[in-house]
Design a protein. Structure first.
Length: 344
């Protein structure tokens, strides 16, 4: 697969032969063993179904996922997210920004649509649905995130412009420390208290610093530590699953009270993003491949970053809930859309 993005590596499981993750409690054992014959069951869209199953189990038995031995598992959300972003940085290079010179119109339009459609649609949904203020702010938070890391592999599957996807994901990620706090202050400032510069610093700690360290690692010792590089995709997948499960366990009561409506809101948020992103490209005369790319880049959000930011703000059980719902839904929708375009 001729793609160099970390997002693609996260979904590429060819190099993995056998891994196991075991969660133990007094009355509950969940054991998942990965072997080559299981690859199709946890790659792509199936990975999201595994997450949904894990979320359902967590809603029924939340205690094992809250903590153990006096340690609350939610303290691991931020370091796990930083590890994921470090992995992204370890694959980044000048090639990620090459489309700025080749297709400036598509790049500028893609970034503009991403940071306008999703925040505004999220804000609009909070007016339609009567959610508690912190959950409503969480919807806007998801909409204010940079592009999701899985967008690159979705673009590849959809026969879209992968180079443009790489560039849009990279630029959106580096713009997030400024644009996300601005959007949250503007659109969610009446729902929760937003400290602009504090949020700038938190996002920088969550994404910029780990990415820069990842780039440095790749330049200095990446080629010598290939064994570690090969493990990063699986580590990232497990980290994403762990983050979603922890948030679900901590926000179980809030989720049960608004569950169906929140799922509907997240589904609408994601779907509207795909539709408006695609037709925004068509309206400006972009090629079909670029329109598909922009649709995917707009519709897919970095839900993991939203979770980490909610944790940093001390509101993971409420502000972080929409991200926990949005993440699996966007991967299922995105995979379905990509497969549709692939076969069209």
């Amino acid at each position: 697969m001729p793609i160099r993005s970390n997002a693609v590596k996260v979904l590429n499981l060819d190099s993995v032969e056998k891994k196991a993750s075991l969660i133990h409690s007094r009355k509950l054992y969940i054991c998942f063993v990965y072997t080559p014959t299981m690859k199709k069951l946890i790659s792509g869209i199936s990975f999201s179904f595994w997450i949904i199953i894990a979320v359902i189990i967590t809603l029924i038995y939340p205690s094992p996922f809250l903590g153990a031995g006096g340690i609350q598992f939610k303290i691991f959300i931020i370091p796990l997210l930083q590890l994921i972003m470090f992995g992204m940085g370890s694959t980044m290079g000048i090639h990620d920004f090459q489309e700025i010179l080749k297709s400036p119109k598509a790049v500028l339009l893609g970034v503009f649509l991403h940071f306008s459609i999703m925040p505004l649609v999220g804000w609009g949904l909070t007016k339609v649905f009567d959610f508690p203020s912190e959950i409503a702010a969480g919807i806007i938070l998801v909409g204010s995130m940079p592009c999701g890391l899985a967008s690159n592999v979705m673009s590849y599957l959809a026969k879209a412009n992968v180079a443009l996807s790489l560039t849009l994901t990279s630029i959106a990620t580096f713009l997030a420390p400024i644009l996300t706090p601005f959007l949250m202050k503007t659109l969610a400032g009446q729902l929760i208290e937003i400290h602009f510069w504090d949020m700038v610093w938190e996002i920088s700690k969550l994404i910029l610093i780990p990415i820069v360290l990842g780039v440095i690692y790749n330049k200095l010792i990446g080629k010598r530590w290939t064994w570690f590089q090969k493990q990063l995709p699986l580590i990232s997948m497990i980290s994403i699953a762990f983050i979603i499960i922890i948030i679900t366990a901590n926000g179980r009561n809030s989720l049960l009270s608004v569950g169906p409506l929140l799922v509907l809101a997240c589904l609408l948020h994601n779907t509207i993003g795909f539709v408006l992103g695609y037709w925004g490209g068509r309206a400006t005369g972009l090629p079909e491949k670029d329109c598909r790319t922009i649709a995917i880049e707009v519709g897919l959000q970095n839900a993991g970053l939203a979770s980490g930011l909610a944790m940093a703000m001390g509101k993971v059980a409420t502000l972080g809930l929409p991200a926990a719902i949005f993440g699996p839904l966007m991967n299922i929708n995105g995979s379905t859309l990509a497969n549709y375009w692939k076969n069209k």
